[in-house]
Design a protein around this ligand. Structure first.
Ligand code: FES
Length: 95
């Protein structure tokens, strides 16, 4: 799990799902838009505003959020070790 900052967009959370796949999350809480933080030692995400908690892939664990954290489409080029991220939010269908 890593947090990266993109100019003009903000912070994104990058989670390695398996050897060939990454999940990239918009680090905005779906309750009222606060920026989420890494929870614990990287077990997931936590919103500092009202305490919503999400697991690594952005699915809701507890709190006021009613939708999982939004995802950003990405492709991982294994040969070059490069993740290409499209900065367009989409519903997190993995929850
Ligand atoms: S804004 Fe995140 S829990 Fe309310």
């Amino acid at each position: 799990m890593q947090v990266l900052e993109f100019p003009y967009f903000g912070l994104v959370g990058v989670v390695r799902e398996n050897a060939a796949t990454y999940i990239v999350l918009d680090m905005i809480c779906t309750h009222q838009g606060c920026q989420v933080e890494v929870r614990g030692n990287g077990e997931g995400w936590r919103c500092p505003c009202h305490g919503a908690e999400f697991e690594k892939k952005g699915c809701i664990l507890s709190g006021d959020a009613t939708e999982p954290i939004y995802m950003l489409e990405n492709t991982f080029d294994q040969a070059r070790g490069i993740i290409e991220v499209r900065l367009v939010r989409k519903a997190n269908a993995g929850c």
